[in-house]
Design a protein around this ligand. Sequence first.
Ligand code: SAH
Length: 328
Amino acid sequence: MDLDLLSTTLTAAGEPTYRAKQAWAWQARGVPDWDAMTDLPGDLRAHLEREVPFSTLTLEHEATARDGTVKALFRTADGRPVEAVLMRYRDGRRSLCLSSQSGCPLTCTFCATGTMAFGRNLTAWEILDQALHFRRIEEVDHCVFMGMGEPMMNLDNVLAACERLPDLGVTHRRTAISTVGWVPGIDRLAKSDMPIRLALSLHAPDDALRSEIMPVNDRHGIMDVLAACDRWYDRRKRMVFIEYVMLGGVNDRYEQAVALGRLLDRKRHKINLIPYNPTDSRYDGSSPEAIAVFRSVLERQGYNVTVRLTRGRDIDAACGQLAARAGA
Ligand code: SAH
């Protein structure tokens, strides 16, 4: 819901400002419509129903994977596709994966979103409405900005949305922003009052390979990006998650694991190896054996390494598969 539009509509109707707070409190609790907001007068509810869309997004398509992952495809009012995912884990965690942009201006060669046309930055309300959609299905407690787009290129709106996520049950400490390594954004996040976590999509242990698969590396090279992550760590004293997508024969060799271990710092970095989710790209995922070897090399160097549990692959809801195929 566009809370700015709500405020101006309430003011124009001569309503007190606390009405906006009441409406937001209901939204954050996951009510389905204006009518459920029982402490607003009936005629006001009817007025708001006409004047303020309940969501800035229209749901166009929704699919549930065998593992319970739900992917939603929305359209903004100006027709831009936006995808978001709800991941359900056996331990009860409910994690939102939100988009910060419609499409993405970066062109990482292995990512489906990078191959679609870039639309625009999403507003804070369009980001929050993704979360509210799932909150209406069930309670949620974690959030990652790992959907479409580069959150650090739309950081004002991402942070404005983050400010309100705790009202939905998602604390800042359970929120993570994932970036290709957009240095000015990392520095700004370090200065934010919100203790949001940082994840870096590294994917290669050297600049030559990283530039090949992530052209943004020509602008922000590995050393500059890691220096920004160090500044973030020095302020926050929390580990940076290093994401590393495992591409068969590209970045998964033994020497590359050794080089990655030398490049990083076991005290500051936690490594998350990501099994590659098939897209229309030219890459194959590494074999489970190659991932296991890569992992053990890093563990022997003292790193905390996890292999990401793949969710929602059968409905193209997994990392890098969000390309709004349905009608885009
Ligand atoms: N632009 C941000 C946010 C997107 S997060 C970023 O790049 O960090 C999406 C994560 O999934 C990134 O780590 C991205 O590199 C990774 N990814 C992209 N395509 C993938 C694929 N096909 N399989 C697995 N992970 C992929």
